[in-house]
Each structure stands twice: as C-alpha cells, then as structure tokens.
Design a protein around this ligand. Structure first.
Ligand code: GTP
Ligand code: MG
Length: 418
C-alpha cells in the first residue's frame, strides 16, 4: 500500500490502511483513465481505416469507459468508513462520540437528548455547518450551543438524518474519512427495521453503548439480531459505559464486570455467533467512562472543568484508548474489503476489455496481412506462368515466321527459276 511516513502520531493509526488504500486505488484508476484515453485515440484511428477491424458496438463500449472510470473515481473520492452508535437513551452515546472526536461537538445531557440521527462527516471548509433533511442550505454553526440550537429549531422525526459537516483539519478521525452516526435512544423509536434500512446497511461497524449500571436490554438485542439478519457478520463492539460509577462500590467491581462479560459474550458468541469468546472478550467488549474520556481530551478548557475524575480513571482511559485502537483496526480492514474489492474487480474488468479488444484488432490485422501476402504470392506465380507462356509463344511464333519466310523464299526462288 505504498510507503508509510513514520513521524507523526497520525501515521501510526490503523485507519491509514484505509487512507493509503484509497490513495493507491485512486492512482490506479487515474492510470486506467489515461490507458482508456490512449486506447480510444487508437481505436478512433482504427475505425477510420475502413477495414472493419472493430465492430461499432465494441467501439461504443470502449468510448463509454471514459465516463465509467470518471464515475468510479468520484465514488472512490467519496468512499469512507462508517460507524453507527446506538443504545438506550442516556447511556452515553453522544458523550462517547464526542470523546472519540476529542471535542464536545454533539449535544449531551440528561433525559432524551438526541432526537434524530446525527451524522458527523468531514468538510474541507474551515467552518462547520449543518445540513437538515429536505434542504440543501447549509446552516452555519460556530459553537456547540449552535449545533444544539440549529437542531432544536427544526421539527425532526426520529428517523431523519441531520448531517454535521466538521472541518477535517480539526479532527484526526474525520480527516481519515471516518463518518460517525449518533442515534436517538433505541427505546424511543417504534420502527427499528426502518432505522436499519435507512442508516445502517452501509455501516462498517456498530457500537452498542450500554450503561454498566444497568444491562443490555431486549430492544438493543432485537436491533442487533435484525442487523445480523440483514448484514452477514456485522462488526459489533459493546461499550460498558459509566464504569466510573464502580468507584463508589470498589468491592463489587470484579463480580459486576464478570456478570457483564458473561452476558455480553453469551449474546455476541452464543446468540449471534459472531466470534469466539476469547476474541470477543479481548477485542469486542470494553469497560469505559465516556464522560472521563471526554473530560481528559476536550481541547476547550472553558467547556468543562478538568475535574470530576473518579478513583481508577487512568485504567478506564487506557481501556478507552484500547477500544479506539481495536475499532480503528476493525473499521479500516472491513471498509477496505467491502469498498475497494468492488472497485478492484471493476478495474480488472475494464483492463481485460481493453486488452481483449486491442488483441482482437492485432489478430485481425495479422490475418489481413497474411491474406495480402498470400494474394501477392499467388499473383507473382501467375505472373511467372504468364511470362513463361508468353516466352514460349514468342519462340514458336518466331519459328513459325522463320518457316513461313523460308517457304516463301523457296517459292519465290522457284517461281523466278521457272
Ligand atoms: P440520548 O441522546 O438522550 O439518547 O442519550 P445519550 O446516549 O446520547 O447520552 P448522553 O451522551 O447525552 O449522556 C447522558 C448523560 O450521561 C449526560 O449527562 C452525560 O454527561 C452522562 N454520561 C455519559 N457518559 C457517562 C459516563 O461514562 N459516566 C457518567 N457518570 N456519566 C456519563
Ligand atoms: Mg445522544
């Protein structure tokens, strides 16, 4: 996947697998585009030659490849990795997303806060803006309060999707083409199937945010069962959030953790059959505090005081970092496979079509050449034969004339003698 620069923290991110693959495949398709261009110039000349070397429909197919390749290039430029966060109201979904973005971008709060789907994606512009359903008009947001109020002004139902375009330069995840989708509490929507249909089918990863003070609910399980029916082998992470609450009950930490692990692994491994227990316990379930993670990362020191960490927070911060690493590895691998495999196959088909067409023309012109050489040889042979016949005809004519003239001479002489 090309040379990897070693210096900055950014370069070590597993997400680079995706971004390098994207750069590489873009380069490959640019080469294909110039190959298509050259081939078209050549075929235009060939079709002008009036020798029937290429059928009109084949020629048209190749002419259309230029647009196809440009379309693929534009799809690749928009390809991204997508993660959907879901779970019960107030479990900390929006706080988790903010912690991963290292800034309080999404509104968070007690009670039912997020009232529709919020998709955070990158923009090359310097200022963030919001796009609401049914309108192409960007609404500017300069601060967190603005995101909240831009949303509260709208009458949105829980199925609708609001896009928050966040400057790529402000956030590493977004710069590296990750699109994050926050959802309303799973318990406030009646139509989970519609959610999956509208927002989840192209997701590479699902993150279930559970409150460690409660447990995985029936609604959350049902949602994931439906996801697993629609998508084969979905990538699911379970975050046991609010783990900071255990600081108040230190004696029970291990037993509560074991209880959560047992239930989570039973669900992922025995019910959904997604992976084995070892893999799930090491790579798919994490005990975190999104609140502490956000507190420790939030770049704006006025946004919230750097206090409020509970006993044992360092371990929870490490666990959050570990989750992010596993998540980045998983999402980039999956997205490379699902997105770029199709492009690779398409690229191979285009090259094969061009190769077969030019080889076909080369074969046909070779046959034409052979026929020409054969015709020339036959004409040559005929010429020789004719020449030979002509020569012998001339010889016999000469002989005849000699005979006749001798005869005439004899007769004249005889007549004269008489
Ligand atoms: P909805 O959008 O309403 O579905 O909720 P949500 O899941 O997005 O929850 P949100 O992030 O808004 O958090 C709800 C409340 O829980 C907020 O007051 C957060 O500060 C708090 N909270 C989130 N994560 C944690 C955590 O790890 N520990 C503690 N103690 N509080 C948390
Ligand atoms: Mg929320």
């Amino acid at each position: 996947l090309g040379p990897v620069r070693q210096n900055s923290e950014n370069d070590h991110s597993p997400l680079k697998l995706f971004t390098h693959a994207k750069t590489t495949i873009t380069g490959i398709f640019k080469n294909i585009a110039s190959y298509v261009n050259d081939s078209n110039k050549y075929l235009d000349e060939v079709s002008k030659s009036d020798r029937n070397l290429i059928a009109d429909d084949k020629h048209k197919n190749i002419q259309q490849l230029k647009d196809k390749v440009n379309r693929i290039l534009s799809v690749i430029s928009r390809d991204h990795m997508k993660v959907v966060f879901f779970g019960r109201t107030s479990n900390g979904k929006s706080t988790t997303v903010n912690a991963m973005l290292r800034e309080r971008i999404l509104p968070v709060g007690m009670g039912h806060t997020t009232n529709c789907f919020l998709q955070i994606e990158g923009t090359d512009k310097a200022e963030p803006y919001v796009l609401t359903p049914g309108s192409d008009e960007p609404k500017s947001v300069t601060s967190l309060g603005n995101v909240g109020s831009a949303l509260s002004r709208e009458k949105l139902d829980s199925d609708s999707l609001v896009k928050i375009l966040w400057p790529k330069e402000k956030c590493r995840l977004i710069r590296d083409d990750v699109v994050l989708v926050d959802s309303p509490g799973i318990d406030v929507s009646a139509n989970l199937d519609q959610w999956i249909e509208d927002h989840c089918l192209d997701a590479d990863v699902f993150v279930l945010v559970v409150s460690a003070e409660a447990t995985i609910t029936v609604a959350e399980k049902k949602f994931l069962h439906n996801v697993a029916q629609r998508l084969s082998n979905p990538n699911i992470f379970i975050l046991m959030n609010r783990w900071d609450a255990t600081a108040y009950e230190p004696d029970e930490v291990e037993s509560v953790k074991q209880q959560h692990l047992d239930r989570g692994l039973e669900f992922l491994c025995d019910e959904l059959h997604l992976c084995d227990r070892k893999e799930a316990s090491e790579h798919r379930m994490f005990f975190i505090s999104a609140r502490e993670a956000l507190l420790s990362r939030n770049k704006d020191p006025t946004a919230s005081p750097r206090t409020g960490f509970n006993e044992g927070y360092k371990e929870r911060l490490d666990e959050f970092t570990k989750f992010e690493h596993e998540f980045e590895e998983c999402i980039s691998k999956t997205a490379v496979q699902t997105k770029f495999q199709q492009h690779t196959n398409r690229g191979k088909e285009i090259i094969a079509l061009l190769r077969d067409t030019t080889a076909n023309i080369a074969n046909k012109s070779q046959t034409l050449k052979q026929e020409l050489v054969q015709n020339l040889t036959q004409m040559d042979e005929k010429n020789n034969l004719l020449e030979h016949e002509l020569r012998s005809m001339t010889e016999s004519a000469k002989e005849k004339i000699r005979h006749i003239s001798e005869d005439v001479y004899k007769r004249v002489a005889q007549t004269l003698n008489d």
